[in-house]
Structures are given as C-alpha cells and as structure tokens.
Write a protein that binds this ligand. Structure first.
Ligand code: PLP
Length: 399
C-alpha cells in the first residue's frame, strides 16, 4: 500500500486522531475505501518477490501478497487500534471470541497449565476448562478478590494467567498491577479481556500485560451490526501470535474492518455518553434496597477502589444482584421493561437487559450465587437517561 494514499495523522490527542486519521487523498474521500481481495495483483513476478521480502523484514508494515493476510482496509484498522492500545501490534479476528482463542492458542501447548479468573466470560471458561483439557492443557481458576488463590495455583507448568476485568456478569474489579507482578516474578505470560473498558479507559499493554483482547462487536463498532475482535500484543509475544494467526487463518474481512473503523471515529463520544448515562442510572438503582448494584459506584468498596486505581472511566454495562425467593417477580420486573431490548451482546447505541441464569455465568468455583440470589444485566445505551430511569421505575412497581 502506498503511504501517500492513506495518511495517519498522529496527534497528541487520541480524540483528534480518531477524527483525522485514514483519509484517502488519492480518491479524495474522507474515509478509506473498502478493498476486497482474494488475489492481489502485481506488475511482475519481481514485484511479488520484493513485497514478500519486505513482509519478512517488516511483518507489521502492511505488505500483502494474498487476501487472507488482509488488505489496506484491515491494515488501517490495525494501525488505528495499535495507536489506541499503545501496543506493538494489533491482530484483528472475525469475532471477539476468536481473539480469546488466538491469544490462548498462540502461547499454550500440551502439558502447559493456565490460571484464569473465576468470573471469565462463560465461553472462555468452556474453552479453557473443557475443550483444552482434551489437548492436555489444564486450567485452574483463581478468586479475583483473593490473589493468594492465584499464587497458590502456580506450578512449574503454568504458562498463562488469563484475566477478565471486570469479571463477566458479577463485575468484579481486580488488582491488575499485583497480578502482573505475580506473573512477572514467576515468568508467566498474561492476557486480559478488556472488552468492558476498551483501551479508551484502560491500556493493558502499557500496564504490563502481554496480550489484550477486545470484542470489537461491542463498543468499537457501537452499532450492533458487525462482529469482530482485536488482540493487542507486546513485542515479546508478537512472533508466537503471528505464527498462530497464520496457521489458523483467523483474520477479519475488509467489510467488517471498514464498519469497525467507522465506529471508532466516535468511540470517545459514545463511551463518554454511555458513562454519563450509566452513572445516572446507577445513582437511581443504588438507592433501592432491593438491589445490590454491580458497578464501580460505591466509594470505599474494593471494586470501586480497584476500578479507580486503573481506569480513567466506566462503560455502560452493569449488573444488579437481587435477593428474592420468588424468581417470577425478577422475571416480571425484567419483562416489564419497554425501552430495554432482550438480547445478547452489548456496546451498541441501545439499552439491553438480560436475566442471567447458569447458562450465562457458568460453573464458577468461587463467585457462586446463593439459591435466592438473581442477576440482571443492563447495558445502558445512548437514550435519554430520564426515560431509562422512568422505565425501570415502572418495572419495579409491577414486580
Ligand atoms: C467480555 C466478553 N469477551 C468476549 C466476548 C466475545 O465477543 P464476540 O461476541 O465478538 O465473539 C464477549 C461477548 O459477549 C464478552 O462479553
């Protein structure tokens, strides 16, 4: 790709960078083209060999000889994300879960062990605890609020500590710096699922993680119309991930890359608003004695302190723990909401609600729910928060 076609404006402010990057001066378009290609054509065989030599010398330079390696459209997204993550490189995958798989597959081999946070996303738990067991890769889980359980689980075979922050559905915030120092002391690699905060609010590679995953399906795209994932890496693990990426063919297509790039233009604006709206809804929910709010809101709580220590902001995803002997009244409350859609995923412009059951939380070792405890997950969208609060208020009355 000719560097004169698409320019990356490096500015000190990321907000400005997102608006001004990747303009196409060749086609006189404010946005880059969608370059779809299986075959990439060259002027001569010599040009093919030259490109291949360049790719070998500079594997992150955007030199392609086949569409599976990407096109300028995927390269642009990778460059933007690399700057956002402040990482060595970012790999893009067809789904967020593809990025979870790629991270783990890149660095673990039969005989190795993984230690994962107890409240990881339940498909991540199924992958590590069940599927990888068949390949002689054993996973144990640690309690995110008691890192002694992490230290105790370390053996000579431990290869990877897999963190998700906050934990899925129970929103447990962890002492990330302490986890990194435990890992470094024991020469263990680290990966984090940073989908909740995105690098807009938390930069894991800068903090010391080796790999950082974001489901681009959520806030990066922001419009609930595309799936994708990103895996940011430091230099130490780059070659391992690059080899695994090549072998698995886990790469994002150009149309999806374009939509995610388009979403990223407004990432800061949307996340700032999600945060403001979520804060207002959280204020309202925290006053209700029926609920325990699962969001970094209550000052002095461990979760709040751990959030404040590492994050510059909070996204729109939160939970409620409801104590009730009557599951039907919880269901009735959720079902009565009119502005909240019922469905999976989150991070789009719209509000969503889910009554979480075992299917969503998985077989946890430490963070189990008591028999009369129920979880409800809210994604607070970009609607007027007054309307969302009125909707929840009406729901509470009917339950
Ligand atoms: C925390 C977290 N990580 C990863 C994923 C997987 O992302 P995707 O749905 O894009 O595969 C999800 C999806 O809900 C998620 O919530």
């Amino acid at each position: 790709m000719s560097p004169s076609v698409i320019k990356f404006f490096m500015s000190s402010s990321f907000k400005t960078f997102l608006k001004h990057t990747a303009k196409d001066f060749h086609n006189q378009s404010v946005n880059p083209p969608v370059v779809r290609a299986s075959t990439i054509i060259f002027k001569s065989m010599q040009h093919i060999r030259k490109t291949q030599a360049k790719a070998q010398k500079n594997p992150i330079g955007g030199h392609y000889d086949y569409g599976r390696q990407g096109t300028s459209t995927t390269y642009i997204l990778q460059k933007i994300l690399t700057k956002l993550e402040e990482s060595y490189h970012v790999f893009t995958t067809p789904t967020g879960f593809g990025a979870v798989f790629l991270a783990i597959f890149s660095v673990t081999r039969p005989g190795d062990e993984i230690i994962a946070a107890d409240p990881v996303y339940s498909p991540t738990r199924l992958l590590t605890e069940n599927f990888l067991k068949e390949f002689n890769i054993k996973t144990t889980f640690y309690n995110p609020h008691d890192l002694k359980t992490l230290e105790k689980a370390i053996t000579k075979k431990t290869k990877l500590i897999f963190v998700e922050n906050p934990g899925s559905n129970t929103f447990d915030f962890q002492d990330l710096g302490k986890i990194i120092s435990i890992a470094k002391k024991n020469k263990i690699l680290t990966a984090i699922d940073n989908t909740w905060g995105t690098p807009y609010y938390l930069k894991p590679i800068k903090l010391g993680f080796d790999m950082s995953i974001v489901s681009a399906t959520k806030y990066y795209s922001g419009h609930s119309d595309v799936m994708g994932g990103s895996l940011a890496v430091n230099k130490k693990v780059f070659n391992q991930v690059k080899n695994a990426e090549r072998i698995t063919g886990l790469r994002l297509g150009p149309d999806d890359a374009y939509l995610i790039t388009r979403g990223l233009r407004t990432l800061d604006v949307r996340l700032d608003r999600h945060r403001e709206n979520a804060k207002k809804v959280a204020e309202f929910l925290s006053k209700n004695k029926k609920f325990k709010l699962l969001y970094p809101y209550k000052k002095n709580s461990y979760n709040f302190r751990m959030w404040k220590k590492y994050y510059s902001g909070a996204s729109g995803l939160m939970g409620l723990k409801i104590k009730s002997k009557n599951i039907n009244s919880v269901r009735k409350f959720v079902n009565s909401l009119k502005l909240f859609g019922y469905g999976y995923s989150w991070g789009g412009f719209e509000s969503l609600a889910l009554h979480q059951e075992f299917r969503e939380t998985g077989a946890r070792k430490y963070l189990k729910l008591a028999k009369d405890e129920h979880l409800v997950r809210f994604h607070i969208g970009l609607e007027d928060p007054k309307d969302l609060i009125a909707d929840i208020k009406a729901g509470i009355k009917t339950s």
